[in-house]
Design a protein around this ligand. Sequence first.
Ligand SMILES: NC(=O)c1ccc[n+]([C@@H]2O[C@H](COP(=O)([O-])OP(=O)(O)OC[C@H]3O[C@@H](n4cnc5c(N)ncnc54)[C@H](OP(=O)(O)O)[C@@H]3O)[C@@H](O)[C@H]2O)c1
Length: 400
Amino acid sequence: MNKVLILGAGGVGRVVLHKCTQYPETFQEITFASRTKSKCDAIVADVKNYPKPIRTEKVDADSVPELVALIRDVQPDLVIHVALPYQDLAIMDACLETGVHYLDTANYEHPDLAKFEYGPQWAYQEKFEKAGLLALLGAGFDPGMTNVYTAYARKHHFDRMDTVDIIDCNAGDHGYPFATNFNPEINIREVSAKGRYYENGQWIETEPLSVKKTFDFPGGIGPKEMYLLYHEEMESLVRFYPEVKRMRFWMTFGQSYLTHLKVLENVGMTRIDPVLFEGKEIIPLQFLKFLLPDPASLGPRTVGKTCIGCWIHGVKDGRERTYYVYNICDHQECFKEVGAQAVSYTTGVPAALAAKMILTKTWSGKGVFNMEQFDPDPFMNEIGPFGLPWVETFPAGQEF
Ligand SMILES: NC(=O)c1ccc[n+]([C@@H]2O[C@H](COP(=O)([O-])OP(=O)(O)OC[C@H]3O[C@@H](n4cnc5c(N)ncnc54)[C@H](OP(=O)(O)O)[C@@H]3O)[C@@H](O)[C@H]2O)c1
């Protein structure tokens, strides 16, 4: 009996739950838990055609004892963590204590430091190995799908990869002057941090959003400006593909988003340190999150598409070649299927398929893994029918 415990009833949690219920032969029993139980109940109420009742629970995923008690009671084979990156280590500890496999979609972040690194989670390698358990890190789209795209490219199309550019475009429009497509706190921390890319064995830092390029996106999206950011999958990709000479990550932003962000930064609203307000400590970014539209509420009003992929240059059979692999996802189609917009959808679908890979033992191992360490073929074969079809092209003579 395959049982899963899904943690986090946000936009991504909604998608993961829906996707798991579409494959009841793999996900035979599901418990859905989060900080606010009513949010789990509301999402479960939208599920159709799952043959068993879905249990919902309240849990504080920052508390290892609470998690351990819940896991002992539910006895899942796998915990799918789609709450927030702050909880990664607590949930990994609880999985170790209870002997359960672990999966997440974002690397650990300390609440007081906007720092994105796998180090604290890679440090669990020996513990998971000794316990005979698997922890799969970063199993969303980016990180996640982009790691699998890179592994697939290396396996089938390159003898050597020289440059990898990960390109993330959200050409969706939610109609608000400013809103974020996933958790505002996590999103703004990521975007307002310094940029960083990898070249010839070194990380080169850039000022936030100071490097930009125009890229002509496929799927009818057309040319968009995109900005160089640091993104966590680069850390694992340069570790597992040390041959790569340059790796960068790009994300598109509209002018309205950037102007609002600049103003919010300038007035101190994106600060993550506590400030004293009328005798009470508040964290400006958390207060801003409270004021902004809930990303889960953007679904019905978001139109347009996302396009995320990898542009890779290297050598195959002695000849240079360029390879571009990507997915196009339509916000409204996602909403029709699972009641969420494409940013949540593109994260939740790879997470659910990665969970299926673990439960069916298609992917197995002891220790802490990133997605590119497993055979990409079964994942690439299934991800299209699972909801995220991909396209590959070999753009001739095009420099990135
Ligand atoms: N790899 C990728 O491609 C990718 C892309 C986007 C997002 N992500 C990651 O996906 C995860 C979920 O994102 P999202 O957009 O769904 O965020 P979200 O809408 O903010 O949802 C997070 C959920 O976690 C719950 N939660 C927060 N703290 C908790 C705690 N201590 N205990 C229990 N539950 C807690 C929240 O509960 P309340 O509702 O009660 O606050 C909320 O339901 C994040 O880690 C994000 O970084 C990854």
